[in-house]
Design a protein around this ligand. Structure first.
Ligand code: GAF
Length: 415
């Protein structure tokens, strides 16, 4: 069967629609509209909080915020057109808060994302954050492991960075949204997702050194090679505030201390490092496997960048699949549905496939010949039906530009 992707409305039309709804809701227009994309991670999983290497790309699905600054310090945020867990009745979900009263736990649900960012900004010396009104919408599916929460945080922080003239750089903004996520939302995540949302570029993947935040866009010539990246959202909801993610992170930190290194990155700085060495004897078997994943995954990222530079997309596919095996066997963050998505895509002809993001649910990606999209999607759907599982959502994604202002001038009338 041929595969047809449903059309998405363009950014400008979405921004105009959001502006109209904002004006109806608050009685005056916003000062501007900003968008920030979700991401898929091509490769480099659970390496970011080990100071390692990652290769994600921003996708053509994004959160959008319309924002207006106020004179008072109370803020209101509404979500519109969000996936059902944000506004279950399809209407508006509203969150209000006073900036000075914000503290971890004081706002929950989706409202914690804009509130967390504001809380962190307001805590910086010399920055006075006034109240503001926000209307939010997003086309990033929630709970699918495509960074819907980071997209909201990044859209909010770039809007405030512009409106308040803060002049913060992308690495600064990435570190601040990471603090919002860690300190306010309570999810001990790394720096990859917000960096992809901020620094992604259409046509390429973001090769990021998570220790220094030095980055480079590596071209991802999908169309030239007749390839597509297919996302398979298993519909198994995951949350990084749950124990599994935190336990993996803690075990890596303990292992680094035992091995006498600052972080596990120091065991695998180059692609030529020797295989896991006798030092692993100092660790219990399970921890040694976690360490082996981080070490081999860092090497796979470097190797993937090399393969891309040489136009070897078959080689990239093999590395993706190796990454999945390592996440399943050594890091143990996959699940039955993710393994099934990967296996059925590979059996139907994908060049490579792997879980993407933190795991325990969420999405898998497959690198596929565009002409095989229909057959691969059908094979995955049949496999899920045969196991009486929820029907996955399957769609293609393209590397897109990172966060940006869509409309609005810098001339403000604050009210
Ligand atoms: C989640 C986290 F948010 C990232 O920081 C990263 O650790 C990823 O899981 C695993 O690679 O997306």
């Amino acid at each position: 069967m041929t595969y047809r992707q449903p059309a998405q409305i363009d950014d400008r039309t979405r921004a105009e629609r959001l502006t109209r709804r904002f004006t109806e809701l608050y009685g005056h227009p916003p000062h501007g509209v900003w968008r920030a994309p979700g991401r898929v991670n091509l490769i480099g999983e659970h390496t970011d909080y080990n100071d390692g290497f990652v290769l994600p790309f921003a996708i053509d699905r994004a959160a959008m915020v319309a924002v207006r600054l106020k004179q008072s310090s109370d803020s209101a945020a509404h979500s519109a057109d969000l996936a059902s867990s944000y506004a279950p009745d399809g209407g508006l979900a509203k969150v209000s808060f006073t900036i000075a009263e914000l503290a971890p736990g004081s706002v929950d649900g989706w409202g914690a994302y804009p509130a967390g960012v504001v809380h962190v900004l307001a805590g910086l010396d010399g920055i006075d954050v006034p109240g503001f009104e926000v209307l939010l919408d997003s086309t990033v599916p929630v709970g699918a492991g495509l960074s819907s929460s980071h997209a909201v945080e990044v859209a909010t922080i770039v809007a405030l960075n512009d409106l308040l003239g803060l002049g913060l750089s992308h690495p600064d903004l990435a570190r601040l949204t990471q603090r919002a996520e860690n300190e306010f939302v309570g999810a001990p995540t790394g720096i990859m997702d917000q960096s992809a949302s901020l620094m992604g570029r259409a046509g390429g993947a973001l090769f990021l050194d998570c220790r220094t935040l030095e980055s480079e866009i590596v071209p991802l010539p999908l169309a030239e090679h007749g390839l597509s990246v297919l996302v398979i959202d298993t519909k198994v909801a995951h949350s990084h505030a749950d124990g599994g993610y935190a336990a993996r992170r803690a075990s890596c930190e303990r292992a680094a201390t035992t091995l006498g290194v600052t972080s596990l990155r120091d065991l695998s700085a180059t692609a030529d490092d020797a295989a896991p060495a006798p030092f692993l004897d100092a660790l219990d078997v399970e921890t040694a496997r976690r360490v082996r994943h981080v070490q081999t995954e860092n090497r796979r990222v470097l190797e993937t960048v090399e393969r891309l530079r040489h136009g070897d997309l078959n080689g990239v596919g093999k590395l993706l699949t190796e990454s999945h095996v390592s996440l399943r066997e050594d890091y143990q963050v996959s699940c039955f549905e993710l393994d099934l998505a990967v296996a059925s895509a590979l059996n139907a002809g994908a060049l490579g496939a792997r879980m993407t993001g933190g795991g325990f649910g969420g999405s898998a990606i497959a690198l596929v010949h565009a002409v095989q999209l229909g057959q691969i999607r059908d094979a995955v759907l049949s496999a899920f039906t045969a196991h009486e599982l929820q029907t996955p959502d399957i769609f293609t994604v393209l590397p897109a530009d990172g966060a940006e202002r869509i409309t609005g001038s810098s001339e403000l009338s604050v009210g």
